[in-house]
Write a protein that binds this ligand. Sequence first.
Ligand SMILES: NC(=O)c1ccc[n+]([C@@H]2O[C@H](COP(=O)([O-])OP(=O)(O)OC[C@H]3O[C@@H](n4cnc5c(N)ncnc54)[C@H](OP(=O)(O)O)[C@@H]3O)[C@@H](O)[C@H]2O)c1
Length: 250
Amino acid sequence: MIDALLPTPGNDLSDDDLLALYAPADRSVPRLRANFVASVDGSATASGLSGALGGPADKRVFDLLRQLCDVVVVAAGTIRSEGYGAMRLPASAEQWRRAQELAPQPAFAIVTGRLDLDPSSDVFAKAPVRPLVLTAASADADRRAALAEVADVVDCGDDTVEPRRLVEVLVARGLTQIHCEGGPSLLGALIESDVLDALCLTISPALEGGSGPRITHRAAGAAPIDLRAMTLDHVLNADGMLLTQYSRRR
Ligand SMILES: NC(=O)c1ccc[n+]([C@@H]2O[C@H](COP(=O)([O-])OP(=O)(O)OC[C@H]3O[C@@H](n4cnc5c(N)ncnc54)[C@H](OP(=O)(O)O)[C@@H]3O)[C@@H](O)[C@H]2O)c1
């Protein structure tokens, strides 16, 4: 069957509507969800950053997905290239989370093998909750010691952060609702290990032209993997920007 999704009925969804739509069905069940934006022709960036692909609707969902999770996970490449500062939800989101009996702020976890992060940067210095640094046992000892002053540094593998170990480590801390904001290399690893449960993908109504990366990346020469089947949960239309969610069908 081929069915039309558009034009949609004239529902102007409120934040409460969106929170209900994106809320986990059962917070006791561990779930790893990622949120990405891409152009119509499949680029994850415009002029090197993802920001220009988004817009107010995408930003609204981006913020609400943070509000719903227990931990936001971001890989070091995205922290460095997007210039991440400390993650702090606004007071209204904190209030909502308290009412749901959640911690006022989600945890923040950075994935890095090399630990090439400045311990004095705002990501750490202004964090409302002591961040987590998820790394590998082989990481440089001096950098580990410096980051351990400002974050909980946890090994999730010998030479790289192994996605299954990452999930185990976070769930063991009670952080069952795991939300990944990027970037493509981390997403490639999550897909390869088949730990990704859901992908929120915003399709930006623009053509980038071919110089940008895809939302998912694996090293050149990496062995092909089987297709990961997904189920479409929803498509929202915000003036031609499509906000989708797909869940992994296992
Ligand atoms: N369209 C979107 O929604 C979106 C979202 C996020 C980012 N982006 C874009 O993506 C680009 C960055 O791409 P990227 O591939 O560099 O992204 P990335 O996945 O954010 O960063 C790669 C780095 O993260 C660390 N890392 C990732 N997976 C790891 C693993 N399994 N084990 C150990 N370390 C791991 C490594 O850091 P170390 O080098 O420190 O070891 C690695 O060099 C930027 O242009 C950004 O704007 C787009």
